[in-house]
Design a protein around this ligand. Structure first.
Ligand code: GLC
Length: 617
């Protein structure tokens, strides 16, 4: 055994052991021994090139100011995995160093929740290519200094997965991989405190299965069977899968729906502390066998729960490395609709500081709907009603609020809670689609320009606020809602497909849209270039939100050795004026995003959707 493996085992073995002891009371030593045996075989199978990468990759690669992410469906972006390889120059031109390819492991045929119902974790969806193609893509990305992220769904498998098939065939070992109840007694007890993720098309959290003769836990769709992580065998299976995927050259696993892994009666069965113990075991295993690999937590949970996914208390430094900043995304859209950044300032100021070796992933749009995660007490602090503001946001982004330029659609309306989540592409939510419906050319151009400014302002916050920024495929060209999903029977029931467009050939865009695409991609590229030159934007640098006298002005300071960076944003379509005294120090009058000079007198006029990054004088 190579020395490095031995020392890593000595360092991370105890984390595995203590995580296991949080989870299981019996046969601990035997389980531990199996995990270590698996670590040995996984490490032995790791290629020389990847071991070299483990040695070379700086520990903070995902925190770097140079880190810029891109998220895409391989087929919609480039046809298949081989096509993605050909798009590397395109990604490089945008400044991308991190590529998240949406679910690509072999899903069940037919409806599969956008690939999140996986039938086989060791093969690729045939339409996208093969595992060999994935490994070869990873190599090509690595030689272009781009890391590869893929999804790993830990909470559930497709009902066609071999484990589920065997369970249905009556194998008790595999039946134990799932939560199966003979009657409604226990499910009904659980249901009292469980929320519904898809109240519309998959109400409830349990599904009756004839073959199993029981009620199965199915948090999401009925064909997605929740795994029983209280069974150590499930953990061992997933460790094996993680090792296998790491050895294909995957750099980051996006741990899908991780909040749901542990179930506890009387609770929402989300964010249980055992989830963090599980992650601790998975991570320690990874640090032994594939040390450069990291985890991204997909925990779309409240502000007080999300921090734990990046490590709190005894889990500090032991769980995921990066996590979605859902609240930032929600607050940006909320601020745009309200033309008011105060709620955003309040909400973001409430986040605890992150452990030093972790980062948010920041984003304006992703493949999922937007749930209006506005905290009631944050709203209260401004004298707003949380419920009222959430309703306003749903009205605004579905375009029914008078004067709203948005063309979103309501996803999973829940009459019981009044919840209305929203689907829609960034461009359609920001107003490009509605602007293009105007016939008066002058007005149309003004509205297009304003929507472009709104998107740029949103992306500037995403690139500046703190963390690894993600560009969601199509945003850089202002791609509108894709209504053709309604023509595809597998997609039509789920309107999240409206914002998962196909990347067209640039030439296929009409002349007007080509201009929009050119403008937006130029602006996003400018943000990448500016960001990469600012060490203040390394994720380890603190973000401090400042209070301003103008409700639409949002200011953030990022510290740094070369002087702190002041970021000034106007979230409103009208210009805003603040006093120069509101700046924490006198800045240089050059905006580092554009390189343009800005006028900084006693009164500072910030244009509509203005966004400046300023260094001290
Ligand atoms: C995650 C995915 C979402 C999916 C769900 C169930 O939240 O982002 O698209 O529906 O998990 O797998």
């Amino acid at each position: 055994m190579p020395e490095d493996f031995v020392s890593r085992l000595a360092r991370f073995g105890p984390d595995i052991h203590s995580g296991l002891s949080d989870l299981y009371c019996e046969n601990l030593d035997a389980i531990y021994a199996r995990v270590i045996a698996l670590a040995q075989s996984t490490h032995a199978a790791r290629s020389k090139a990847l071991k070299q990468r483990d040695a070379d990759q700086p520990a903070d690669w995902f925190q770097s100011e140079k880190a810029i992410g891109y998220v895409a469906y391989a087929d919609r972006f480039a046809g298949n995995l081989k096509g993605v390889k050909k798009k590397i120059p395109y990604l490089k031109a945008l400044g991308v160093t991190y590529l998240h390819l949406m679910p690509l492991l072999n899903p069940r045929p037919g409806e599969n929740d956008g690939g999140y119902a996986v039938m086989d974790f060791r093969s690729i969806a045939p339409s996208l290519g093969s595992m060999r193609d994935l490994a070869s893509l990873a190599t090509a990305l690595h030689s272009n200094n781009i890391s590869l992220t893929i999804d790993l769904v830990l909470n559930h498998v497709a009902m066609e997965h071999e484990w589920a098939v065997r369970a249905r065939e009556g194998d008790p070992i595999y039946r134990d991989y799932f939560y199966v109840y003979p009657d409604r007694e226990v499910p009904d007890q659980f249901e009292q405190s469980l929320p519904e993720v898809f109240p519309d098309f998959a109400p409830g959290n349990f599904t009756w299965d004839e073959d199993l003769n029981g009620w199965l836990w199915t948090t999401f769709n009925s064909y997605q069977w929740d795994m029983n992580w209280a069974n150590p065998q499930v953990l061992l299976e997933f460790l094996d899968i993680i090792g296998f995927l790491g050895n294909q050259g995957v750099d980051c696993l996006r741990l899908d729906a991780i909040a749901f892994l542990w179930k506890r009666l009387g609770t929402s069965s989300q964010n249980q502390s055992e989830v963090h113990s599980i992650t601790q075991v998975l991570r320690a295993f990874t640090k032994i066998v594939a040390p450069s690999m990291i985890f991204q937590a997909e925990a779309i949970v409240g502000p007080s729960d999300v921090g734990a996914y990046l490590g709190e208390g005894r889990f500090t430094g032991k769980v995921s490395d990066i996590a979605y900043h859902n609240s930032l995304m929600v607050q940006i859209w909320s601020a745009f609709a309200a033309r008011d950044a105060r709620l955003m300032s309040v909400a973001l100021n409430r986040f605890a500081e992150l452990p030093p070796h972790t980062a948010w992933t920041t984003y304006l749009r992703c493949h999922d709907d937007i749930g209006w995660a506005i905290d009631d007490s944050d709203a209260d602090s401004l004298g707003w009603s949380g419920f009222g503001h959430r309703s306003f946001l749903a009205d605004y982004y579905s375009g029914i609020f008078h004067g709203s330029p948005s063309r979103g659609v309501v996803f999973q309306e829940n009459p019981a809670t009044g919840d209305r989540r929203i689907s829609g592409s960034a461009a359609s939510l920001a107003g490009i689609e509605s602007a293009l419906e105007i016939s008066d050319p002058l007005r149309r151009q003004q509205l297009v320009d304003s929507a472009i400014d709104r998107i740029s302002c949103g992306y500037a916050i995403v690139f500046g606020f703190g963390g690894l920024p993600l560009i969601y495929m199509g945003d850089e060209w202002g791609l509108l809602n894709d209504y053709t999903y309604t023509e595809r029977p597998l997609e039509s029931p789920d309107n999240r497909w409206i914002h998962r467009p196909f990347m067209p050939d640039f030439e296929a865009l009409n002349a007007e849209h080509r201009k929009i695409a050119q403008e937006l991609s130029a602006r996003i590229t400018r943000l990448s270039v500016a960001r990469a030159a600012l060490p203040q934007l390394h994720a380890s640098q603190k973000s401090v939100v400042l209070t301003t006298s103008h409700i639409a002005v949002f200011m953030v300071v990022r510290e740094g050795e070369r002087g702190s960076l002041l970021q000034v944003y106007n979230v409103s379509p009208d210009p805003a004026t603040i006093s120069g005294h509101e700046f924490p120090w006198k800045p240089q009058s050059i905006d580092l995003i554009t390189g343009n000079s800005v006028e900084l007198g006693d009164q500072i006029h910030i244009p509509a959707f203005g966004h400046w990054w300023l260094l001290p004088r």
